[in-house]
Design a protein around this ligand. Structure first.
Ligand code: MN
Length: 720
């Protein structure tokens, strides 16, 4: 238990002229009225107001606040009245006690309307005198420290309320240590299993961490001092709730998060901050996009610092925060760091920036009448890095700034995300990449045929969403590869006049799978499908060479070829030798049209990409993945192709060309005209053609038009 003279010492350390009489008087009164009362822990009640006063002294509060801390429960819990407090301690102390008493009667619960009303009351109390809220925070901290003595059903509720309301307020006031302690204590009671698991892991790795941290601290200090700098360096382990949040947010393992220890470099001036940053960045490689300049752009709670992450001296990522001693004080103490004492009295407290923030909040909130928008508003200001959006039913979804409708869809449910077809914001259809704004109502339109694509990974910002999309894609890749691999192997078997299906359950297969360290036949298929194993090599492993020679591959007879063609049920335009119904895409680099000689390449998990046989890009591709392909002459698909027409810039040229194209029954998808200098004109048409034959016909017919000087087909990659 903290003793009165310890509180005295604390106060005198930052306010040497303080008049301690008022504190002593409050102590005697509190002891008298609380006499005989006990806390849930069985200890005398007086311990609680004493501890609260001690916390307030740690926050460097003034004498009336500390006196009010000692008295904060007297009106609520004893026979003492507010009139009595006014008579004995004056109006200032009495107002503080009354303010705290009023806030204590506020209970937060889940109903938005009630919660909003209570929050409003709390803000009013804060705006009148911020010291009220600081007493309340000290009160809550001591209650959280002794929460285990509370009945079990109350614990979780109090802990949740602390996490929802009090920790964010401490954060907003910039009091880092108070915020962290409130969060850790709340975490322990709201998610006990996770809390104890993480704290065990932290304790277990502490020894080796300490060694690592000491080494890096030493190297950092030495490096900076060698350049003539005067620095203080320390490594700070993250608090448990901070670790948990980081794991959740970035979807990381404990090891990955714990690796990122924050190192702090304290220097004398702002100039030194940037100099230290320069030295650190030239000594160790900075991780891109991790540099933040909170000196030029302070956070809303006045936090200032440079943040960077480098690949540190031990090859591990190290987060480094560089700031001056003054900035450090603000970072740790927040609002309390600004307070100055003159002749024992607090000066200029009401001019504090944070205090101004609360006043503004009060002014604004008067315009927000309905509870939802008020709560939303308060939350936005308490958590500036989040956006709050609504479902059509009015539920609030919290997302990081920059989140898109796709993030929203996945936040609702993974299935909604995986089938997200389009989105509406406030009733209007928008692109899926539109960043959400506070207060948007978002509606997701799903379709059974919609599914994730690689592009989605670039649209979303929530790492959990990314992980879910990746999960879907890799499952899809596996399925595709399995299918392709099986088809490829089966067709290789057919070449040797063998039947794969008859062979699947043989001992040779099991033996080979074991040798090749493959778990199952599906595993083998997907390895072939990914292009990691070639079908020919596989078959050579599976079947003894002499037996294989009996079954020399022979070319299909004309009749069997014809038979196969007719038997095919495939609707795709491309035939891959021996395979049915395979997923095919056309390469953008060469954009093949029907009739062009073509080749296929197995693309990891995305089926087969068709290039023209002479496409230069194919030279860069792994020949192992090359596969024969030809056009299916029975299909009548149209393929887009671009043609470039050059001519003399005269009226009617465009019309003549367009007519010529239409007369051949060809559709124009797009046309653009770029007049050149010296009376020449360049026209680009994108048209849909049946095949090379039709394209040739078209080019011929356009060439014959008067004033046309040149017509050519454009390979997609060549155009700007
Ligand atoms: Mn209390």
């Amino acid at each position: 238990m903290i003793r009165l003279n310890e509180i005295h010492e604390k106060i005198l350390s930052y306010n040497p002229d303080a008049d301690l009489d008022l504190v002593n008087k409050a102590y005697v009164f509190s002891a008298k009225v609380h006499n005989g009362q006990v806390r849930m822990s069985g200890e005398p009640y007086l311990i609680h107001p004493m501890e609260v006063a001690g916390i307030l002294a740690s926050l460097r509060m003034d004498i009336p606040t500390i006196a009010a801390g000692l008295l904060h429960d007297t009106v609520e819990d004893t026979w003492a009245t507010i009139e009595e407090i006014t008579d004995l301690f004056g109006k200032e102390v009495a107002d503080l006690v009354e303010g705290v008493t009023k806030i204590s009667n506020i209970t937060f619960n889940t109903e938005v309307a009630k919660q909003a009303e209570n929050f409003r009351k709390m803000l009013v109390a804060m705006a009148k005198d911020i010291r009220v809220i600081i007493i309340k925070l000290a009160d809550r901290l001591n209650n959280m420290r002794t929460l285990e003595y509370m009945s079990e059903d109350k614990r979780v509720g109090i802990a949740k309320e602390t996490l929802d309301i009090y920790a964010p307020i401490a954060h907003r006031l910039g009091i880092y240590w108070l915020k962290s302690e409130l969060e850790d204590l709340s975490f322990r009671f709201t998610k006990p299993e996770m809390y104890y698991r993480l704290s065990k892991m932290v304790a277990k790795s502490r020894k080796e961490r300490e060694k690592y941290v000491n080494e890096v601290e030493h190297i950092l200090k030495e490096t900076l001092e060698k350049e003539g700098m005067k620095v203080e360096v320390s490594g700070r382990p993250k608090h448990i709730y901070g670790i948990y949040q980081k794991m959740e947010k970035a979807n990381l393992d404990f090891e990955q998060v714990y690796d990122i220890t924050a190192f702090r470099v304290l220097v004398d001036s702002i100039k030194d901050c940037y100099q230290a940053l320069g030295i650190i960045h030239t000594t160790w490689r900075p991780v891109p996009d991790r540099f933040k300049d909170y000196i030029a752009m302070p956070k809303t709670n006045m936090y200032q610092s440079l943040h960077t992450t480098v690949i540190g001296p031990k090859g591990e990522r190290a987060e480094i925060q560089i700031r001056t001693h003054d900035m450090h004080k603000v970072a740790e103490e927040g609002i309390a760091a600004h307070w100055k004492y003159k002749e024992g009295k607090l000066v200029d407290a009401k001019e504090d920036v944070t205090f101004r923030w609360i006043r503004h909040l009060i002014e604004w909130q008067q315009e927000l009448k309905d509870p939802e928008s008020f709560m939303q508003f308060v939350k936005v200001d308490l958590f500036p890095d989040e956006v709050y959006v609504f479902t059509p039913k009015g539920d609030v979804i919290e997302l990081p700034v920059g989140a898109t409708p796709l993030d929203f869809a996945y936040a609702i449910h993974t299935d909604v995300g995986n089938h997200c077809a389009s989105a509406k914001i406030n009733g209007k259809i928008v692109p899926l990449k539109t960043p959400l704004k506070n207060g948007d109502t978002v509606e997701i339109i799903t379709s059974p045929t919609a599914h994730p694509t690689r592009d989605w990974l670039r649209i979303v910002v929530v790492s959990k969403t990314k992980a879910k999309i990746r999960q879907w894609l890799s499952k899809e890749e596996r399925e595709q590869s399995k299918k392709i691999g099986k088809e490829l192997l089966a067709s290789e078997f057919t070449k040797f006049n063998l039947d794969l299906s008859k062979f699947i359950n043989s001992n040779e297969v099991d033996k080979y799978l074991m040798e090749a360290n493959l778990k199952s036949i599906d595993n083998l298929y997907s390895q072939i499908g990914y292009g990691k194993l070639s079908p020919l090599q596989t078959i050579k492993h599976l079947i003894p060479i002499d037996k294989l020679q009996e079954h020399k591959p022979k070319s299909d007879s004309a009749i069997s070829k014809l038979f196969k063609l007719v038997a095919r049920k495939s609707s795709t335009a491309v035939k891959i030798k021996g395979m049915d119904d395979i997923l095919v895409r056309f390469a953008h680099c060469c954009n093949p049209i029907v009739g062009d000689p073509i080749v296929g390449f197995i693309t990891r998990g995305r089926g087969i990409t068709i290039h023209t046989a002479d496409c230069t890009r194919t030279l860069e591709l792994d020949p192992e993945r090359k596969i024969e392909a030809e056009w299916d002459t029975r299909s009548n698909i149209l393929r887009p192709v671009k043609i470039l027409v050059t001519g003399i810039d005269k009226p009617g040229l465009l019309a003549n060309i367009t007519n010529s194209i239409s007369s051949l029954g060809v559709n124009i998808i797009r046309a653009s005209v770029a007049p050149n200098r010296n009376q020449k004109s360049t026209l680009m048409f994108e048209i849909a053609v049946k095949d090379t034959h039709q394209l040739r016909e078209l080019i011929n017919s356009i060439s014959k038009i008067k004033d046309v000087t040149n017509v050519e087909r454009v390979m997609a990659g060549e155009t700007a």
